[in-house]
Design a protein around this ligand. Structure first.
Ligand code: C5P
Length: 220
């Protein structure tokens, strides 16, 4: 809580993992869905902590903005701030792996082949309950190319989410870098299928469900 206002923590955007001092590996997340959630939540009067990887988007008005670059930085920022949150929504596309070693100098072009070894990044959403001890409403995202509902359901239980917002990223008309999205909301006992809509309208649907769950929890 922030004063008497509910606090919503949102992760957004891609992470960027250095390969050497001038190169990095990242992914196609634009950050639009996470920023839409942050902007709508702030307009509704919530205290918003937006932890974001690098994007080209304007910072939404009236949010506490915490810029990060790597998955490890995002992990630390979430660990530091999640204790203040009533609701946490993880919309970031976090790199699952990072280069094991970042050389001090630019990698020179020499051999015909270059092999880079990657190591696993921490699972930030998966740490929310187990490591950070977060007890509030937890919402994850799942970008899938097949078996959307089954994969989302697996994420829901393995990461201790209250619900998972899943979309099919193999479709060209929705998802990455588009303004519209079509998602399914996977709850433990049920799945909801809102119609395709702008990311702003879907943000409102997602927030409505999260806030309703938070209210039920508070009155218990
Ligand atoms: O397992 P997967 O990466 O598909 O899970 C997606 C969900 O987990 C998203 O909510 C994403 O923000 C979150 N995630 C995370 N840290 C990671 C990987 C994913 O918070 N290292």
């Amino acid at each position: 809580m922030f004063g008497d206002r509910r606090t919503i923590l949102i992760t957004a955007g891609p992470t960027r993992e250095a390969i050497d001092p001038v190169r990095y590996i990242t992914n196609r997340s634009s950050g639009k869905m996470g920023y839409a959630l942050a902007s709508e939540a702030a307009k509704l009067g919530y205290h918003v902590i937006l932890i974001s990887g690098p994007t080209l988007l304007d910072i939404p008005d009236s949010v506490d903005f915490i810029p990060v670059e790597t998955a490890l930085e995002m992990y630390d920022a979430v660990n530091h701030h999640i204790g203040k949150a009533d609701i946490a929504i993880f919309a970031a596309a976090v790199a699952d792996y990072r280069p094991a070693v970042i050389p001090e100098h630019k990698i020179k072009k020499s051999a015909e082949r270059l092999t880079i070894e990657f190591i696993r990044n921490p699972d930030i959403l998966g740490s929310a309950r187990k490591t950070f001890g977060f007890m509030g409403v937890l919402v994850g995202f799942a970008a899938e190319t097949e078996h959307l509902e089954d994969n989302a359901h697996h994420k829901l239980t393995s990461k201790g989410c209250d619900f998972v917002v899943a979309n099919d990223v193999s479709r060209k008309d929705i998802g990455f870098d588009t303004h519209k999205n079509e998602v399914i909301l996977v709850f433990p006992e049920t799945t909801k299928f809102p119609p395709m809509d702008s990311k702003y309208e879907l943000a409102l649907v997602i927030l409505e469900h999260a806030v309703k769950l938070a209210s039920v929890r508070n009155t218990n």
